[in-house]
Design a protein around this ligand. Structure first.
Ligand SMILES: [Mg+2]
Length: 228
């Protein structure tokens, strides 16, 4: 295999991310128990609120905090308390300060891959927040470039291919999300490596589609070494 260009997702591919959001949602929902709704119903309202807020405000902790507050105000109605809104803000602050927890085998595998191929980190989210995570992860040195984008869709991949002059047959996207990493990359004619993560966010769930390029499935980041 000659030198390839490998685009690599960050959240839930290089480091844990969604588990911290899920922990906070668990705390949030237990704080709503006295309102008398089922946890499933509250979660449904939260998911719908997130979908709407992401369109308007993008991804990231600030948008997530807004979704929790909107959900709380909607469900609590006249029973809403200022103290709980402040509690949400406090939890969001903790979430923002949580250091990246690097997944098993990632640094040594990146060290191996970066010696043979061009690596580009491609993550979506709020620019300053994602940049801070990349910085604190200590993994930036393995990458030729770090791209932080508001959304990862077909147009994003076409733009990145153009920007980095990637020959599609030698280009790969590696990630845990069928919706953001695998399907749009394949549709753009790139190859893809799917690394499922058990805690992938429900809004990232999607059926895997086929596309122009090759699709490889591996169980762990470390297994990339066997393919590149
Ligand atoms: Mg991800």
């Amino acid at each position: 295999m000659g030198r390839q260009t490998i685009l690599i997702d960050a959240d839930d591919t290089l480091w844990e991310n969604n588990i911290f959001f899920e922990q906070m949602i668990g705390r949030f929902l237990s704080g709503l128990a006295h309102l008398g709704f089922t946890a499933e119903y509250c979660r449904h309202i939260l998911n719908e609120t997130e979908r709407r807020n992401i369109l308007q405000h993008g991804y990231g902790v600030k948008s997530f905090r807004r979704s929790l507050e909107d959900t709380y105000l909607k469900l609590a109605g006249g029973m809403a308390r200022k103290e709980y809104v402040q509690e949400i803000e406090k939890m969001a602050g903790e979430l923002e300060r949580t250091p990246p927890q690097i997944l098993d085998g990632v640094p040594e595998t990146l060290a191996y891959l970066s010696g043979r191929h061009r690596l580009i980190l491609l993550t979506k989210g709020e620019a300053a927040e994602q940049a801070a995570k990349v910085e604190r992860s200590g993994l930036a040195r393995y990458f030729d470039a770090v791209e932080i984008v508001p959304e990862k869709d077909h147009a994003t991949y076409e733009r990145v291919v153009h920007q980095f002059k990637i020959v599609k047959s030698n280009g790969w996207m590696v990630g845990n999300s069928p919706r953001s990493d695998i399907n749009p990359a394949l549709r753009a004619g790139l190859n893809a490596v799917f690394i499922p993560h058990h805690a992938t966010w429900v809004l990232e769930h999607s059926e895997l589609e086929s596309g122009g390029g090759k699709l490889i499935l591996v169980a762990t980041f470390r297994e990339l070494r066997g393919h590149f």
